[in-house]
Design a protein around this ligand. Structure first.
Ligand code: HEM
Length: 224
């Protein structure tokens, strides 16, 4: 605990925590996307509902879920503290004179994109996680919840906008994390960039395919 407090006190330590929790959250995205692809199995949602049931009753998964929420908490809290300190340390006329300074701009846009992804997350959890975990008997199956949510054009547009910002957030965050860990030298640069593309482009595209698919099928594909 003492070591954690010491790491947390320093600026470099905080950057390390943001990078580490960020990469952990990236691994969650891979698992989440893979599970959600079951939505595309043509069985009326049976496979997806079974997967969702397993996830909500398995003790190991429930424990990992606590770690996941802690990672979100520390990632958001620490990134906000760093952003706030950065902002306070900036000279008063900085914004007018150096608006295009790259690292400052990236950090500001990163904070903005992160904040919108956070709002997305709150709405997302309210739509799927809260009803399924806290009021399971009052709600339809998880598959039906997804179909219902994505039958709304506005809800889908909100998802798509949030996913664009998630992509932007990951593009900056992924590079930045590896820079913090000191493994972004010339030798590793192109590898990190390629893996980065999977996270900031392919994963958000994979998630985007879901609202697009359900919006299309409910409106044009004969789904109720
Ligand atoms: C657009 C496609 C997405 C769909 C269809 C989707 C669907 C779902 C569903 C059905 C749940 C509830 C799972 C359960 O309680 O059994 C859930 C939970 C969750 N989702 Fe998503 N999700 C999507 C995108 C995202 C994205 C982009 C993020 C992160 C930025 C995210 C983060 C979470 C988190 C943190 C949980 C709670 C933890 C968990 O239950 O695993 N989701 N999602």
């Amino acid at each position: 605990m003492g070591t954690f407090t010491n790491i947390y006190r320093s600026s470099v330590g905080k950057k390390f925590i943001v990078g580490l929790t960020g990469l952990f959250l990236c691994t969650f995205l891979v698992e989440h996307l893979a599970g959600n692809f079951l939505l595309f199995v043509n069985d009326g949602g049976a496979a997806f509902n079974e997967y969702s049931e397993t996830m909500s009753h398995n003790i190991f998964i429930r424990t990992v879920e606590i770690v996941l929420f802690l990672a979100f908490f520390f990632h958001i809290l620490t990134a906000t503290i760093l952003w706030w300190r950065n902002r306070k340390a900036r000279p008063k006329n900085y914004t007018q004179n150096h608006k295009s300074a790259n690292s400052e701009l990236a950090s500001r846009i990163s904070f903005l994109s992160g904040s919108i992804v956070f709002i997305f997350l709150v709405i997302h959890l309210r739509t799927f996680f809260v009803p399924s975990r806290f009021f399971p008997s009052e709600n339809p199956s998880m598959y039906d919840l997804v179909v219902f949510a994505f039958s709304s054009t506005w809800y889908c547009l909100f998802y798509l906008a949030a996913l664009v910002l998630l992509g932007y957030h990951l593009r900056h965050g992924f590079q930045s994390a590896f820079q913090t860990f000191g493994i972004r030298g010339k030798k590793y640069q192109s590898l990190v960039e390629w893996i980065g593309v999977i996270f900031w482009l392919l994963i958000p595209l994979g998630f985007a395919s879901m609202p697009i698919y359900f919006l299309w099928t409910t409106h044009f594909g004969g789904m109720n």
